[in-house]
Design a binder for this molecule. Sequence first.
Ligand SMILES: [Fe+2]
Ligand SMILES: [Fe+2]
Length: 294
Amino acid sequence: MAAFTLAHLSDPHLPPLPVPQVSELLGKRGLGYLNWTRNRRQYHRRDVLDVLVSDMQAQVPSHIAVTGDLVNLALEAEFAPALAWLRAVGPPDRVTAVPGNHDAYVRATRHRFAESFADYLRGDDASDATFPLLRRRGPLLLIGLSTAVPTPAFMATGTLGRAQLEALGQTLSRLAHDDAFRVLLVHHPLRSASMIKRLTDAPELLAVLKRHGVDLVLHGHDHVHSTIWIDGPSGTIPVVGVPSASARAHGHYPAAAYNLFSLARDGAAWRCQQMVRGIDEKLQAREIRRTRLI
Ligand SMILES: [Fe+2]
Ligand SMILES: [Fe+2]
């Protein structure tokens, strides 16, 4: 049987940013817009994103995970183009998304992500978008979390909250003897040195994962390649982050890339290989690295 493949991309920050209404620029969005016009629009490029996505689609992944920051300032005018983009990535049964902090940038539109992308967030047994979301696809069990909460200016933190953490613990406990390969999707990384970018209840999430375990954690937010290992109930769990899917290389941020995880049975255990593909300076996609994770 052919291996099941899961593609992971994150943080498209879909460019171009529509011109905001003046009334939308009060408060945090004003600073964000200034940052976009002065910096971010040079680095988040639609041509980069389009090359990356078409390369990913050429690999014909069995499923695609998108871990948040689909939009930038969560302007009303950003959601329709972002939905059109996500539909072009794939249909809702083949693509699972979770929100990032930019998708809930301000209180006024914090509900728009769930409304716009409902079909991509809905769990198999759920009538609406509730987290943790659960989707079974081939040998995978995808578990999606939301860390997206509006924050004050200059803050890009995320928070799960007690209710979601408790629901996650109960869900994982119920799945303790499930044969599936459990993949946790979350926007924020599980460890961060930055007070302004961290997941505020990361210690509580790490405790849930240490107790109940999953097989792989995928995240975005940092816009860099990263792999760390955290404690699980029996051994360690890989936690893998990926650069922004629309980024040109700048500073210490690498150019856009995505990960492709191939999953196969190895006796009673799973074998998971990670292939990293990314964009080079000529805007061509190529394989960067291949590693056996598990
Ligand atoms: Fe981001
Ligand atoms: Fe983010």
